[in-house]
Design a protein around this ligand. Structure first.
Ligand code: WT7
Length: 571
């Protein structure tokens, strides 16, 4: 197949020769930039914030925050001081190294302050996406035995405090006067806290952040990342995001997900770059407006967003001045070549796709500014990282053969644990020396990697990873639902949408109203983004003789494809 190449970007970029860097790179050189090289101890909060106070960056804007009602900016010095205070708030509560402290709130300056206060006392951050409802919140706090949570009055009712024996402290940002006893008011606690704090110096392998993510079976798993991840966050920021002096960077992802922490917080601030954070919902207008208003130079977004903008038409783009943009990147789902061509046409920018996962902790494969792009390809591995394709026995495949996308382990930001679940962790490393991603892909003769799909049933809707099992479990809690099977159905804008096949209990009849009710049940019980957009009622669902619902068959039904081997199916 002949593929068109899009030439590298003109002008200065930090990485100028990919092949040379790939041949010569050594992570040890990056490590030298951190305190542990001298003292043996380290802390992400020091490297991303406090360190800048010793330089001219001290009074540089670190965070530009805006939502419908607030617009504020904070320097590195201000964030450092505020997070010292919050660290003291936590320390006064007895919270210390290794404790899990969750943050459950919409994007706000207080969220960023909380994150760094947590890190400064050596505790582990547990980010929770604001759309989570009670069941999702409970699962995560229970599994991690979290001792404290920072939240807002709106989200507070979704935290089942009485059912969580380990949860001792609930800190509420913006609590009103009548708020319940026993809660800690953030503002009051902060006003009483000292701005002097002795940071907790930790080992590079100590826990830093715990992101829950979905697999195809079981409850969400807690993916633990350690402070050592900073090595990769720093260097990928330099070479993939191309952070330079004076850049204004906007990462549209929410810190409830890994992109919103690794690249929405750590990577830009390790590199001393000004970070734009927008709260609230997005429309194509709001996206363009953000770039124009803050003169964004580097923009990291997702295919769903680009497709929505593309769908809004070229006329809309022309109403905004987007000339500040110098680098655009995409992650989270396959980036269609059509979108890459659209980006060239309307922004005069290449959109640089890159690939990684919650588990990898940092970017692994990317299109670099200095190299040609093959639209539709995710690019090449980061220097110092080897990614390839394995067959089902763990043997490396030659070019152009589809198989399991795998990465040679370890690399600096690799997850170090699935919380309390050694068996799940080991599943990823079933071939000695390799991390197996669960994605299928192939590598072409030039070393470019091409995404083909998920090996398992995990759904990717608008870049959000949803485990079918979690949705099915919620569905069967509804009194009308006997059984449920959930799949991802291809969708031109969202990549996939969630579709549920449901068989009803005796006494219930299919209806529009019931469909709506079930959808609402998942939305309110689990999360809005996990609610099935489509529901189809069936008398019976295809199951194996051991009673497992065969999602593969549901998918084949949906796509009108042959159902394949049915030898394990009941009747
Ligand atoms: C899954 C990981 C990377 C942080 C955001 C998602 C899919 C990710 C790409 C890409 C095609 C991609 C994979 C992967 N994915 N990037 N460039 N092209 N698919 O993190 O929620 O852990 O999801 O997202 O299927 O396994 P996540």
């Amino acid at each position: 197949m002949k593929v068109e190449m899009i030439k590298p970007v003109e002008g200065h970029s930090n990485l100028t020769n990919y092949d040379e860097a790939y041949a010569n790179f050594d992570w040890a050189e990056v490590e030298k930039q951190f305190t542990w090289y001298e003292t043996g101890k380290v802390n992400m909060a020091y490297e991303a914030l406090d360190r800048h106070l010793l330089t001219d960056r001290r009074d540089q804007t670190a965070l530009i925050y805006s939502n419908a009602t607030r617009e504020e900016s904070y320097t590195f010095a201000q964030l450092s001081e505020l997070s010292n205070k919050f660290g003291n708030v936590l320390r006064n509560l007895g919270i210390s190294k290794g404790d899990r402290v969750f943050v459950f709130m919409p994007r706000s300056p207080e969220l960023y302050v909380s994150f760094f206060g947590i890190l400064k006392v050596g505790a582990i951050i547990g980010p929770l996406f604001e759309a989570f409802m009670e069941a999702a919140v409970r699962d995560r706090l229970e599994d991690s035995e979290a001792v404290a949570i920072v939240t807002t009055p709106e989200l507070l009712p979704r935290i089942p405090v009485k059912e969580l024996p380990h949860l001792k402290h609930v800190i509420v940002v913006g609590a009103n006067e009548t708020q319940e006893e026993g809660l800690i008011r953030y503002e009051q606690a902060m006003s009483e806290a000292s701005a002097d704090l002795e940071i907790e110096w930790v080992d590079r392998e100590d826990g830093m952040i715990l992101h829950y993510t979905s697999g195809s079976t079981g409850k969400p798993k807690g993916v633990l990342h350690v402070h050592n991840a900073m090595i990769q966050h720093l260097q990928t920021g330099k070479w993939i995001l191309d952070f330079q002096e004076g850049d204004i960077y906007w990462c549209a992802a929410d810190p409830g997900w890994v992109t919103g922490t690794a690249y929405g917080i750590f990577s830009p601030w390790l590199n001393g770059v000004t970070n734009v954070v927008r709260g609230g919902r997005f429309t194509p207008e709001a996206w363009y407006k953000t770039i124009e208003q803050y003169k964004v130079t580097i923009w990291y977004s997702a295919p769903t967003a680009f497709r929505m903008m593309m769908g809004a038409g070229d006329e809309l783009v022309k109403q905004f001045d987007l000339s500040s943009l110098r680098h655009v990147l995409s992650v989270g789902e396959p980036l269609n070549p059509e979108v890459v061509y659209w980006g060239l046409r309307v922004f005069n920018q290449r959109i640089h796709d890159n690939w990684w996962m919650t588990e990898t902790g940092g970017q692994i494969i990317s299109n670099f500014r200095c190299m040609p792009i093959k639209p539709g390809s995710m690019g090449k591995p980061f220097p110092g990282i080897y990614a390839t394709i394995l067959d089902d026995q763990g043997n490396e495949l030659p070019p152009n053969r589809m198989g399991n996308l795998a990465v040679r382990a370890p690399w600096p930001a690799m997850m170090r644990q699935i919380w309390k679940n050694k068996a799940k962790y080991e599943e990823y490393f079933r071939f000695p020396g390799w991390y197996v991603s669960g994605d299928s892909a192939y590598k072409d003769e030039d070393g470019y990697l091409w995404f083909q799909g998920r090996v398992d049933d995990v759904i990717n809707t608008s870049g959000e990873r949803v485990g079918p099992f979690e949705v099915e479990s919620k569905l069967v809690e509804h009194p009308a639902v006997a059984e449920a099977g959930v799949i991802g159905k291809p969708d031109p804008v969202r990549g996939e949408v969630i579709k549920a096949f449901i068989s009803l209990r005796a006494g219930y009849e299919p209806s529009e109203a019931l469909m709506e009710e079930i959808r609402k049940f998942v939305k309110e019980g689990l999360a809005a983004h996990a609610a099935p957009r489509e529901i189809e009622f069936r008398d019976k669902l295809p199951k194996t003789r051991s009673g497992k619902i065969m999602r593969r068959v549901l998918k084949a039904w949906e796509l009108g494809l042959p159902t394949g081997d049915l030898s394990t199916m009941e009747d």
